[in-house]
Design a protein around this ligand. Sequence first.
Ligand code: ADP
Ligand code: MG
Length: 615
Amino acid sequence: MPSSRTEPLRVLVVDDDAHMLRSITDILRLRGYSPLGAATGTHALDIAHEIKGVPAVALVDLHLPDMDGIELIGRLREIAALTEVVILTGNASVDSAVRALREHSHDYLVKPVKPDQLIGSIERAGERSQRRCAEAAMRESQDRLRLIFEHASDALFIADDAGRIMDANPAACTLGSQSLEQMRMLTMAEVLPENGVNVLDVRSATFAPGVLVHTVRDLTRQRRLEDQLAQAQKMEAVGQLAGGVAHDFNNLLTVIMSYSSMLLMDIDAANPMRGDIQEISNAAARAATLTRQLLAFSRKQVLQMQAVNVNEVVTHVEKMLRRLIGEDISLSTHLDPDLAHINGDSGQLEQVLLNLAVNARDAMPNGGALTIATGNVDLSDEHGDRHMGAAPGKYVMLAVTDTGGGMTKEVQQRLFEPFYTTKGPGKGTGLGLSTVHGIVKQSGGDVYVYSELGHGTTFKVYFPCLSAEAELIATTAEHAAITPRGTETVLLAEDDEALRALGERVLSAFGYNVLVARTGAEALRIVAEHKGRIDLVATDVVMPEMNGSQLVAKVLKARPGIRVLFMSGYTDDEVVRRGVIDGQTAFLQKPFTPDLLAQKVRQVLDLPAPAAISV
Ligand code: ADP
Ligand code: MG
């Protein structure tokens, strides 16, 4: 037997002559085969069923006691289609030979059989069996490759040297928007034009002389997502920095504003220093506006959210906008009368609109048209790519369009960064769009720019629609005409020394009994030791070791009815932020003036009891 064979070839021998069966199996075993003997057709079929691998060769006597040899061959083939059959018979009639050959038996041995003749025949049958197995394996592998080709998500082209397409998978047909028949009449260059809109990754491999396989992966979507992610990360980092700076500045500004306003209260109207102090106060107020913009950008400001109709915001500022843009620019509005409500801060929305309008004006120095439009839009999944920041759902869209100079791709990439401006020194601050971006993002929305150099610009702002059952959840700031006084006891927790001293002084001046604490721990000690009643705890949100909301949670345990006022320039504290948005928590934005502090304290103390505070 050929040495290439690793396992002995399995041969099923079926003969009812016991002597014959034994001598044949003995010969086969001696020659290195693995014979399996069966005296009846039934036994032979049982063996074929039982053994895992099919017998390579079946040597079948046509004369069997229980069934016709030809029938047995047919049934064996049903079980093991690749088995080669050799007929063995004592009466070599032409009739049975013809029948056997018709049943695809390839060899025919007449008893008595010489050992060499037997072995030669088995050897040939074995080779045929191996060939058939190899062919079947090849067919299976081709089928598998075809399946992969048909179902691959990458576009696959098979083309010749000249680029003429010979075959293309369904993904390739989709990519080229052509049927396979049309594809076969085209070249690679025609299907994949160099300057297509899509980002394509093309790889080529040669698998036979003159035939090339091209794998084309469409990376457009992936690239867009990567770009958007990089942009989002950049904005996040810049926002953190801006927020940190604004936070520290707010504390300083609160001190400057408060002391200058107290000086103004005390100083005689005729005193020549009054004007100087007024200047300090004005400059501090302007600086506070700047930090407010930075906070807006870093999304750390506390929005006073309520149900807002964007149309009303537009109508409210329309008059002011007309004055702002001047007579050379026409203003038209297209407001959807069925516009859904959004959850927003209308003051901040006005800011968004103003910033966009000012930019539009600057882009149209020689006049033009400014259009403001609103509408309900459904950002369904298919838009998901372009509007990655915005989850699929219903939105209110505010579009501001100008017919100005437009902008380059580079400017579009950077315009939301704080302090990014293309305007000359003293003309632009670069804070307009970063403020817009921050406000919109903090409102759960998103903003996109569409611009073409020389053709104008559209900014589209999307705000998530208010769900039908959502109610008005904002806390409305109440502004008392005169600042009311009080005699209650207020515990003030503030880690910033200057602010603490200021708060104590202001509240004492308004009649309150003030207890001060530098840390949360100190505040808790006072709460435990103070004999009398404490009516209100006014606390900074961001403090080392124990923050404001942790402190309040503990104070409320010790003195359940106590009123709470949080004070901060910004807040990362989700509990406080949620509380303010839900109207559950009283909050005073830094920087504040003495008036504002006194008003807020009075307002919180006058809330109907018990305080609706849950922390
Ligand atoms: P500023 O207006 O102070 O420069 P912004 O943040 O408002 O800062 O805008 C940043 C930059 O974006 C502008 O300097 C300008 O280059 C560009 N830009 C904004 N809006 C428009 C617009 N409508 N048309 C053309 N360019 C614009
Ligand atoms: Mg601007």
